[in-house]
Design a protein around this ligand. Structure first.
Ligand SMILES: Nc1ncnc2c1ncn2[C@@H]1O[C@H](COP(=O)(O)OP(=O)(O)O)[C@@H](O)[C@H]1O
Ligand SMILES: [Mg+2]
Length: 342
């Protein structure tokens, strides 16, 4: 595989708008190493109050690792996390209370009832006893758990367990909710219910969720961060990412004579339909180039002709997908879901 992996940063155009909401969460250049393995590599982003941010990426991309750092579970190897203007790991006890977390695998106590479990969580999160009952009633209602509040957790369906997972994250009224693959393992009906619930919860809170399901991000999130192999490879609104993918395609060229590189670059950049040309590899005996071109055009024959005319030795020419699209496809192939942005 090519090591060429550009970062697509969608630049927001300046607009006249209402004053921006405050930044609730800011992540500055965080990296996480497990021994020699770098699971997260210089990730930065911020989330404003009331925003729903999605981490999208295939398995192993680093989503859970990033979330564990955001919830104060472990510190990053490098970098900083700011919650509501304060550095998380300088005041972990205080700041962790601003965060509600639904881990990938929730540890629920099957032999407790729904209510008993939430009471236990409320105690652990130090919800004042005076308001505890009212507080839990509210969570049970908003998560659609009122009717099953006396059920043993063991009797709950997977969808209801996930609701309970959400309810426990909401106990203590955290400003920020962090949900790790909240729809994972649910059936289609449950998925719709949980997504609706998440959107509802996201109206009043800052929310980060992770998913490896493409359609989910466009359905639920305001903004998306695409992670692959520990790196942010793209970010933007679902619409911006769609636009980014829609009309670009890639052509890879390998040429033999490195002394003709500049000639080739000049010719290719002049060619209609070519949006960008990058040198991806340069050796004594060959140079590799990657072109971004309009999707509708197949420029391979015109490029071959151009090289022949100018006597530039061409070793290889092939069309390929944009690396961002490769990542999307990898996600799709992994999960066998439909393509989201269509
Ligand atoms: N505690 C750990 N020790 C060693 N490697 C880990 C640990 N946690 C995660 N990793 C590795 O870090 C990478 C990212 O994992 P993870 O954050 O769980 O990805 P995702 O949630 O996107 O599937 C994976 O390659 C995983 O094997
Ligand atoms: Mg994960």
């Amino acid at each position: 595989m090519s090591s060429f992996l550009p970062t697509y940063q969608v630049v927001e155009s300046p607009q006249i708008e209402a004053p921006e909401a405050k930044v609730m969460l800011r992540v500055e250049n965080i990296s996480k190493d497990f021994g020699k393995f770098r699971a997260l590599d210089r990730v930065s982003f911020e989330i404003r109050e009331g925003e729903i941010l999605g981490f999208l990426g295939p398995n192993g991309a680093g989503k859970t690792t990033a979330m564990r750092i955001l919830t104060g579970f472990f510190p990053p190897t490098e970098g900083m996390v700011w919650i509501d203007g304060e550095e998380l790991f300088s005041r972990p006890q205080k700041l962790k209370r601003k965060i509600g977390y639904l881990p990938e695998y929730v540890n629920l106590y099957g032999e407790m009832t729904v209510m008993e479990f939430l009471k236990f969580v409320a105690q652990a999160k130090r919800v004042h006893p005076k308001i505890r009952e009212r507080h839990l009633e509210e969570k049970l209602t908003s998560c659609g758990l009122w009717d099953v509040r006396h059920w043993l957790i063991d009797r709950l369906s997977k969808g209801y367990r996930q609701r309970l997972g959400l309810a426990q994250a909401l106990v203590g009224d955290p400003d920020i909710l962090i949900l790790d693959e909240p729809t994972n393992g649910l059936d289609p009906k449950q998925i719709i219910e949980i997504r609706t619930l998440i959107r509802e919860l996201g109206k009043e809170r800052t929310l980060v969720l992770s998913t490896h399901i493409l359609p989910e991000v466009s359905m639920v999130c305001d903004r998306v961060l695409i992670l692959n192999q520990g790196k942010v490879v793209a970010s933007g609104t679902p619409d911006e990412l769609e636009a980014l993918l829609k009309d670009r395609h890639r052509i890879y060229i390998m040429m033999a004579d490195r002394y003709r590189k500049e000639d080739a670059l000049g010719l290719l950049r002049e060619l209609p339909g070519v949006q960008r040309v990058d040198v991806t590899d340069e050796r004594d005996d060959h140079v590799s180039l990657a072109l971004e071109v309009s999707k509708e055009m197949d420029l391979r024959s015109s490029i071959s002709r151009l090289f022949v005319e100018h006597r530039i030795p061409l070793l290889e020419i092939r069309s390929g997908k944009l690396s961002l699209e490769e990542i999307f496809l990898k996600i799709v192939v992994n999960e066998n879901t439909e393509y989201p942005f269509s």
